[in-house]
Ligand binder design. Structure first.
Ligand code: UDP
Length: 461
């Protein structure tokens, strides 16, 4: 019987999508059975997850765990807290599923349990069942180094990092703005989680050697990095075969516009803006005079408010400035909540991407060769934006004013310089080099393919 791999993703499309791509790629090279064991939250829609899982080949099956209840968690609890609690509260159901899988009533005992960055609390269970545990890193190698280093620097500095005379230098990383408040709930949770990062047998990273050579080298050489590191990216969503009518409309609309003339504006599955910010963005796009395709969500107080609910029920168009849609009718398309991002980035008319710097969005832009405007909103996105701007030179970062808002003039300036300016042209050239390197990494003898084959071999032995 073929080897069997169990995958336990944390909630959020940004985690599920790259893990399903990992599964697809594994099947390209090896005969395996793969089971996704999926935690769910009461009241959260599962449709976008279902759409992806239903499209999987028959060797990949999925089991939805019973929904956990998060009603006792304060409304303003950090996103990371909600994700972590969903996983830890799903552990009893995971234990039951592993019991069923190992007892043979469902399928052969898994030869590996693969979890993502929030999954390490399940390593104890894997040990109990004698299943080797692996982690799939859905963020950059630079963020992975930073996470490995977190328990070390936490011990080293008693003060706040922002009070240090210089940014903390981490091996193989660019100096980036670090955590502003060490007493913050998310930071404390990350310190605990990162201590468990040395436990898995291996860490598969959705990045590639040629994109982040310094960070990969630091992990290879540093004695603080215990697991074996496997760069396996860029793994991006292949794009769906059956687009819904709105998705199809986006591509038809792009067909009508000149090559590389349209800016795609989207802040991932979870990113949301305040009402004031939404207006400034709208006026800035209008002022720029450039073409754009904007995925708009209803404004929220928190920047990641739609993370657990990719399809909110409020009509976002009602929050746009009066008359905006009519004024930009000939050069702007606004869609609500969700658009086929990969297909849009791949389309020849797309010339730039205004992004919140989620790691998947970045990899998709790299694979499609589209330069970016970086507008980091939450999580590790500020660090990603440093890699894109200072490190790789393929994005321009927006300037946030003293009130925390990106004003219309700044939006307009960034958009024009990316789509029409010399800066945009240079960034596009660098992006096209990266696109080539990414394709090479995934080619038959490329660095990521070799790395994936070596970890797959461990699972098949
Ligand atoms: N995505 C999409 N359409 C949308 C918004 C997002 O297809 O309208 C996909 C996007 O292509 C990416 C994922 O959702 O694969 C978002 O992941 P990312 O890491 O960029 O950000 P997150 O949503 O985790 O903040």
């Amino acid at each position: 019987m073929e080897p069997h791999i169990a995958i336990f993703p944390s909630p959020g499309m940004g985690h599920l999508i790259p893990l399903t791509e990992l599964a697809h790629r594994l099947l390209l090279h090896r005969r395996l059975f793969i089971t996704f064991i999926i935690p769910t939250v009461a009241g959260s829609p599962v449709k976008p997850q279902n759409d992806i899982l239903n499209a999987m080949p028959e060797n990949i099956s999925s089991i939805f765990l019973p929904p956990v209840n998060l009603n006792d968690i304060p409304e303003d609890a950090a996103l990371e807290t909600r994700i972590s609690l969903t996983l830890t509260r799903s552990l009893p159901a995971l234990r039951q599923t592993l019991t069923d899988l190992t007892s043979g009533s469902l399928r052969k005992k898994p030869s590996a349990l693969v979890v993502d960055i929030f999954g390490p609390p399940s390593f104890e269970l894997a040990k109990e069942f004698n299943i080797p545990a692996y982690m799939f890193c859905t963020f950059s190698a630079m963020t992975l180094v930073c996470t490995f280093q977190t328990p070390i620097i936490d011990q080293m500095y008693a003060c706040e990092y922002k009070d240090l005379p210089e940014p903390v230098r981490l091996p193989g990383c660019l100096p980036a703005e670090s955590v502003q408040d060490k007493k913050n709930e998310t930071y404390l949770r990350m310190v605990e989680l990162s201590k468990m990062y040395s436990l898995p047998k291996g860490v598969l990273v959705n990045s590639f050697l040629e994109l982040e050579p310094g960070s990969f080298k630091a992990m290879e050489e540093g004695d603080w990095c215990k697991p074996k590191i496997y760069p396996v990216g860029p793994l991006i969503h292949a794009g769906s075969q059956d687009l819904n009518s709105e998705g199809f409309e986006c591509l038809k609309w792009l067909d009508k516009h000149p090559v590389r003339s349209v800016l795609f504006v989207s802040f991932g599955s979870g990113g949301t803006l305040s009402q004031k910010q939404l207006h400034e963005l709208a006026f800035g796009l209008e002022q720029s005079g450039q073409r754009f395709l904007w995925v708009v969500k209803s404004p929220q107080g928190k920047s990641n408010a739609s993370y657990f609910n990719a399809q909110s029920h409020l009509d976002p168009f009602g929050f746009l400035p009066d008359g905006f849609l009519e004024r930009v009718e000939d050069r702007g398309l606004v869609v609500s909540y969700w658009a086929p991002q990969v297909e849009i980035l791949r389309h020849g008319s797309t010339g730039g991407f205004f992004t919140h710097c989620g790691w998947n969005s970045i990899l998709e832009s790299v694979v499609c060769g589209v330069p970016m405007i970086a507008w980091p909103l939450f999580a590790e996105q500020k660090m990603n934006s440093v890699l894109l701007t200072d490190g790789l030179g393929v994005a321009r970062r927006v300037k946030v004013d003293e009130n925390g808002v990106v004003g219309r003039d700044e939006v307009s300036k960034c958009v024009s310089s990316l789509i029409k300016g010399e800066e945009g042209r240079k960034m596009r050239m660098k992006m096209s080099e990266l696109k080539g390197l990414g394709a090479m990494a995934l080619s038959q003898d490329g660095s990521s393919t070799r790395s994936l084959l070596s970890v797959a071999q461990e699972w098949c032995d």
